[in-house]
Ligand binder design. Structure first.
Ligand code: KG4
Ligand code: ZN
Length: 346
């Protein structure tokens, strides 16, 4: 079964074709990141305007990559290869979501295809199904992105049972806000990682403990990141007067505090729920230190379970994970019943 996925929840415009949930025939992504770098973050109106411009070229690129022998002008024949259309209806920015949803509804109506609405936060888990091996159930999934940070227990494809998560900011949001405080460019995660790497290369085996890890001693899987952001703000002020630390060191400290928190809280959830697989997914799972820390956790403390992290290109928002989720949660709706819903809940 070939599913065409469409993802426009924030700044990316992505279209993919995925066969039977795991084989990616194509995944095209057009990003408006450069514009957001100049504004220091996403301005929703700017993102949606670019998505209107990008959606048709991205769709055509995904289709021609997936079916190189077909004539792109013969859309009817091209779409005979597609069995269903999956589209992100939430979480996300309303203007951005509308671009993807209206495109999906139009295609579904013209070519008479079922349409499968998708919550892209849940779909992040399916980035891990696009790796070499599929996770097994029950699985614990840490979904860690710019807008969400939560740990869920999945007994099967359809159950996302909340185990714990942030009580305030998401981990990605914390990366982004701390980067801004440190004067590093948007998006904050990659720029903090880069600055941190520069410090760590020169300071091997350094012990990072400058910033607090709020709620780390709490026995639940709940966590908090807003205190870290405040601590960074205060430290930046102090540093302006006293020049105690380099920006690279502060970046490494921020990264270490976020990684420690995510590791500790996921370990608690995993020991409690005893899953077969541990999945770490969402934009922040692109972070190398986080990936290394999870690998160490798995091999030293949790050797009884297998760890699944999406291939890098399927960590941040992309349509392949949306199409994969739709294959395993095939719940088609009438086009007229599909609407964007920016604030879906688990
Ligand atoms: O999942 P995603 O693409 O969008 C949302 O659903 O929010 O995640 C974007 C988030 C941003 O906060 C970005 O700073 C973070 O993922 N991110 C990273 C890295 N790459 C992206 N955070 C830490 N290290 C990275 N390498
Ligand atoms: Zn996302």
């Amino acid at each position: 079964m070939n599913i065409l996925g469409i993802e426009t929840s924030a700044d990316e415009t992505s279209v993919a074709v995925v066969r039977d949930g795991r084989e990616v025939l194509s995944c095209s992504v057009a990003s408006s990141m450069k514009i957001h770098v100049s504004t220091g973050g996403i301005v929703p109106e700017n993102a949606a305007r670019k998505q209107i411009e990008y959606i048709i070229p991205t769709l055509e690129d995904a289709l021609t990559t997936a079916f190189p022998d077909e004539d792109i002008k013969n859309k009817k024949k091209l779409f005979s290869n597609i069995d269903a259309i999956a589209v992100t209806i939430g979480h996300g920015l309303i203007g951005s979501l509308l671009v993807g949803v209206e495109t999906a509804k139009t295609l579904a109506t013209i070519f008479d295809k079922p349409i499968i609405p998708v919550d892209h936060v849940k779909a992040h888990v399916y980035g891990a199904f696009l790796g070499e091996t599929a996770p097994q159930f029950p699985a614990i999934a840490l979904i860690v992105s710019g807008g969400h940070t939560g740990i869920v227990l999945m007994k099967d494809h359809h159950t996302f049972e909340w185990v714990g998560g942030t009580r305030d900011d998401a981990a990605g949001e914390c990366f982004d806000k701390c980067a801004r405080l440190l004067g590093l460019p948007y998006p904050g995660g990659p720029s903090i990682a880069k600055a941190a790497q520069a410090f760590m290369e020169k300071n091997k085996d350094f012990k990072f403990n400058l910033f607090p890890r709020p709620m780390i001693h709490d026995k639940t899987s709940d966590m908090s990141f807003s205190g870290l952001k405040t601590a960074v703000k205060q430290m930046v002020e102090k540093n302006k007067k006293e020049a105690l630390y380099s920006i690279e060191q502060l970046a490494a400290e921020v990264q270490a505090a976020i990684v420690d928190t995510l590791i500790t809280k996921t370990e608690i959830a995993t020991l409690e729920k005893k899953p077969k697989s541990l999945i770490v997914c969402g934009g922040v799972s692109a972070n190398i230190e986080l990936r290394n820390a999870f690998q160490a956790l798995q091999s030293i403390k949790l050797p009884f379970l297998d760890l699944h992290v999406p291939p890098f290109k399927y960590t941040t928002d992309n349509a392949a994970m949306v199409a994969s989720y739709a294959f395993f949660n095939n719940n088609p709706q009438e086009p007229k019943e599909v609407y964007p819903n920016p604030e879906l809940h688990f």
